[in-house]
Write a protein that binds this ligand. Structure first.
Ligand SMILES: [Zn+2]
Length: 73
């Protein structure tokens, strides 16, 4: 499951999953950073597995703590 964080907060460290892949292009709507005290517009970070799906043409990902999917480019 992808994660929403702004570029300032960056890829979250110390979680079970690593999110090394930043995707900043989103079309369908704006999402906000998932960091507790941050209300900046977020980018989408993908796991290794999701990045592989992305490289195979997958563009819709579910975001942790959000009910909708986002489209990345
Ligand atoms: Zn943030």
């Amino acid at each position: 499951m992808a994660l929403a964080r702004c570029k300032e907060c960056g890829s979250p460290e110390g979680l079970k999953h690593k999110y090394p892949y930043l995707h900043s292009g989103m079309t369908n709507y704006r999402i906000l950073c998932g960091a507790p005290t941050c209300i900046a517009s977020a980018s989408v970070w993908l796991t290794d597995e999701e990045e592989q799906q992305y490289s195979h043409g997958q563009r819709d990902f579910k975001i942790s703590n959000h009910t909708k999917h986002v489209t990345v480019h």
